[in-house]
Write a protein that binds this ligand. Structure first.
Ligand SMILES: *[C@@H]1O[C@H](CO)[C@@H](O)[C@H](O)[C@H]1NC(C)=O
Ligand SMILES: *[C@@H]1O[C@H](CO)[C@@H](O)[C@H](O)[C@H]1NC(C)=O
Length: 146
């Protein structure tokens, strides 16, 4: 019995997407795309001195007035806040606010991967929060800076 459970879990993880949901409570996430990251990749390679693009397709459960982007780099379980030049996701990120309940949208952003970043394994924790600071989207992207 346990053997079959293990097999099923293994089979499921073999088909898994590269990202993990870490509590998208106020929306359902349809898809995540990161430049240079295949859908079935174990980790995304973020090349330093390039611009990485991130897209997240999601559908809010209720109407949303404001959306804020919060990014952390989690290195050895320690989340380090990652300052963004434009944390307001309603500006320059392909979202037209307010967002409507049940209407799919596609958040799109570009992030410079600076040459000064260390070459480390990092889990990129990407959150989009609504005006009540609730997570619309919370995803974890395993990555390696190169
Ligand atoms: C990244 O994008 C910025 C802004 O569009 C641009 O100025 C910069 O040259 C780009 N960097 C690289 C390495 O492509
Ligand atoms: C912007 O959003 C529209 C509608 O949701 C989508 O069709 C389009 O592909 C998005 N553009 C980018 C660059 O992601």
């Amino acid at each position: 019995m346990l053997f079959f459970v293990v097999l099923t879990v293994l089979a499921a993880s073999a088909n898994a997407k590269f990202y993990r949901d870490c509590g998208s409570a106020e929306a359902t996430v349809q898809n995540v795309e990161v430049s240079g990251c295949a859908e079935d990749a174990k980790e995304c390679i973020l090349k330093r001195n390039t611009n990485a693009t991130f897209s997240i397709e999601f559908t809010p459960i209720s109407n949303v007035k404001e959306v804020q982007t919060i990014v952390h780099g989690v290195i050895m379980n320690l989340p380090v806040p990652f300052p963004l030049p434009q944390p307001d996701a309603c500006k320059d990120n392909n979202l037209t606010c307010p967002l409507q309940a049940g209407k799919p949208v596609k958040y799109h952003t570009t992030m410079p991967i600076l040459k000064s970043y260390p070459k480390v394994r990092v889990d990129v924790k990407w959150e989009l929060k609504d005006e009540n600071s609730e997570d619309l989207v919370c995803i974890l992207i395993p990555a390696r800076l190169q």
